[in-house]
Design a protein around this ligand. Sequence first.
Ligand code: MD6
Ligand code: FE
Length: 200
Amino acid sequence: MTPGLRYFPGFLALEAQRQLVETLREAVAEAPLVTPVMPRTARPFTVRMTNLGPLGWVSDRAGYRYQATHPVTGRPFPPIPEQLISIWRGVSGYPHDPQACLVNFYGGGAKMGLHRDGDEEDFSAPVLSVSLGDTAIFRMGGPERGGKTETLKLASGDVLVMGGQSRLCYHGIDRVLTGTSTLLKDGGRINLTLRRVTIP
Ligand code: MD6
Ligand code: FE
């Protein structure tokens, strides 16, 4: 595995996953999922997104950026749940709390192309991801597009930390395996990524 990539399969027990889903349902009622579009082309993502925390990652015709308010409602994003903050404190190895939690929802057929998380100022902080619901095929590459890649199955309750050399490596979701989890009553997958955006 790429140095700095840490994988914790089954990190969250079923009861903790259920609690988190309940908290997310309330948060998404306040800050609805939106279908972002690619900069310039305006091609829609297949994933729907929202954010929690003081900053949120958005993509629209104008570009990718972090902003403090929901792109549709104009209101601040709901807070990052305590449950997630404590996971960050326990495993990130980073001394400051996350500022953004991107919520990605994968319905039928959704995937995410190879990309690097490069819109933050602080690359010394890792990005920590929590997966809920159906299992996904996660593809991990190297620092350059077109290099060698490997895949990892991310199941409900799994935590992945991309720090060190892996922090700026290409990665994406090839596909989600429908029907592999009963956590979400209408199926699908949620991926939460906790990020530090600014340099403390
Ligand atoms: C996903 N994850 O699992 C997409 N990014 O749905 C990511 O793009 C990601 O899992 C940075 C760090 C960890 C991740
Ligand atoms: Fe990413």
